[in-house]
Design a protein around this ligand. Structure first.
Ligand code: PMV
Length: 334
């Protein structure tokens, strides 16, 4: 038993995961592909000890613990899984910090749970391999299964009831296509009202289009995989943009309707389309939040950044490219 810290990057899905087939085990209805995002990082420290009477968490300065819904539904549940797997009853003290806004549609939970899984594995000496670590991170937040790897990552939906075949793997390392960049445009710093977990549950239950989504995802997955292999930027960009719009159509057709966009989101989407018509090749993707990620090649980043900074209402800009897998570090947060 020792105090351990880890760092992990968020990831941005090119082909999205939206909908679970098992809420408890966090098993997806469809496969997904993402890019691990360099520099959008969570730093987490965990310590298990008999000195702690109960679990505690400090998330970006905010203190939480048992009895707090956000804590119980996520970290509390995750720690129960960890204790069962590791065969311990010890309570944990956790501190975690992101260098980007939390719960605003920027995959903060993916970075957070990948870092927490890596730190827990180290702290409890669980000796999990990468596949097992991906399965563990998945139990915190589905998309975290992908942040256990660097570069381009695929999360297979799996078919087994116990979820043992639903884990992510790296399909290409960051060095395969280091010119594949994204500009993350912040259009709001507020936390979203409906979290992905609740949102996707409502979609599966109520969207009349959910079956169409499932029917078309495997084709999107194949195209993006081939596109990354061949470094065919147009194919990856077009497919990712189309897949994102399909997911938002699902969200909008959910009852009650889910619209994660704001006016600035739409302004950026329209700008991307205009810039593309003018010959500046770029595409967009948007997750369960209002932030737009513009996908482009490295040589267009300076021009795009200049253009984005002129957009009224823009709250911030991050530039990211294929990033590395989680890392155990010696810098502890307490
Ligand atoms: O893993 P969650 O519950 O944060 O869900 C992630 C859902 C999306 O970000 C919208 C899509 C994805 O695949 O990352």
């Amino acid at each position: 038993m020792k105090k351990a810290s880890a760092k992990a990057n968020a990831n941005i899905a090119l082909i999205k995961y939206w909908g679970k087939r098992d809420e408890n085990l966090i098993l997806p209805q469809n496969g997904s592909i993402s890019m691990t995002a360099s520099g959008l990082t969570a730093h987490t420290t965990v310590d298990f000890s008999k000195n702690y009477g109960e679990d505690s968490l400090v998330l970006s300065g905010k203190r939480m613990g048992p009895g707090c819904k956000d804590y119980d539904d996520y970290v509390g549940r995750f720690l129960s899984v960890v204790r069962k797997e590791a065969g311990t009853r010890l309570k944990a003290k956790i501190s975690s910090r992101n260098n980007f806004p939390t719960s605003a549609g920027l995959a903060s939970s993916a970075a957070g749970f990948a870092a927490l899984a890596a730190a827990v594995n180290e702290a409890l000496g669980m000796k999990l391999n990468k596949k097992e670590l991906s399965v563990l991170a998945r139990r915190g937040s589905g998309s975290a299964a992908r942040s256990v790897f660097g570069g381009f990552v695929e999360w297979k939906k799996g078919v087994k009831k116990d979820g043992s075949d639903s884990y992510a793997r790296q399909i290409f390392p960051p060095e395969h296509w280091p010119e594949f960049w994204m500009l993350v445009c912040l259009s709001s710093r507020k936390e979203k009202k409906v979290k992905s977990r609740a949102g996707m549950q409502q979609t599966v239950a109520t969207s009349p289009f959910y079956g169409c989504w499932l029917d078309s995802v495997s084709d999107d997955l194949k195209k993006v995989k081939r596109g990354i292999l061949e470094k065919n930027f147009s194919l990856v960009g077009k497919t990712a943009e189309k897949n994102c719009l399909k997911m938002h159509a699902l969200m909008m057709s959910t009852r009650p309707a889910l619209i994660y966009w704001n006016a600035v989101t739409l302004e950026i989407i329209n700008s991307v389309w205009r810039w593309r018509e003018e010959g500046l090749e770029c595409y967009f993707t948007v997750d369960a939040g209002p932030q737009v990620k513009i996908i482009c090649l490295e040589d267009r980043i300076a021009e795009l950044e200049r253009k984005c900074r002129k957009i009224k209402g823009l709250k911030g800009l991050f530039i990211t490219k294929p990033g590395e897998e989680p890392e155990i570090i010696n810098r502890h947060l307490f």
